[in-house]
Design a protein around this ligand. Structure first.
Ligand code: FES
Length: 146
């Protein structure tokens, strides 16, 4: 089995058995976005505590890459500090999925959830913590993803 096959299997496994799938009743923020090219959606429910992501769930509909990427991302950021989560970039997500040569449409599939997560952090920092300047930087990062 080549490493590409292994990554494909992992993506399919996350797609069929999504981790952290669902909603949080007590979420501080609920954010969603869609891939403008196909209409697929990712929604994230995030609960923060002491500068960390205390709990996170996602739901949505779409291709295996967008949904597996969202599921993996929830595992990566669970219990992490906002500071660490802010540093996660495009390359981290693509490496994690084992995807390197994606065309522009598929890149959006892979990065949709990171964009949603960053918008969630933006919304939390701007509306709940009142750190408008820091929040704007996160929003800028999100908008640069694609
Ligand atoms: Fe829609 Fe991948 S085809 S997000």
């Amino acid at each position: 089995m080549s490493s590409a096959d292994i990554y494909r299997e992992i993506i399919l496994d996350y797609y069929r058995n999504p981790r952290n799938y669902g909603k949080l009743e007590d979420a501080d923020v609920v954010v969603r976005d869609s891939n403008p090219l196909c209409g697929d959606e990712v929604e994230m429910h995030i609960k923060f505590e002491d500068g960390k992501i205390k709990d996170i769930r996602f739901n949505g509909k779409g291709c295996a890459i967008s949904q597996a990427s969202a599921s993996m991302l929830t595992e990566i950021v669970m219990k992490k500090s906002i500071e660490d989560v802010k540093k996660i970039g495009k390359e981290d997500i693509l490496d994690n999925l084992g995807l390197t040569n994606l065309g522009p449409a598929r890149i959006k599939c892979a990065l949709l959830s990171l964009k949603v997560l960053k918008m969630g952090i933006y919304s939390y920092l701007a509306d709940k913590v009142g750190e408008k300047e820091e929040a704007s930087k996160v929003k800028e990062d999100a908008n640069k993803l694609y």
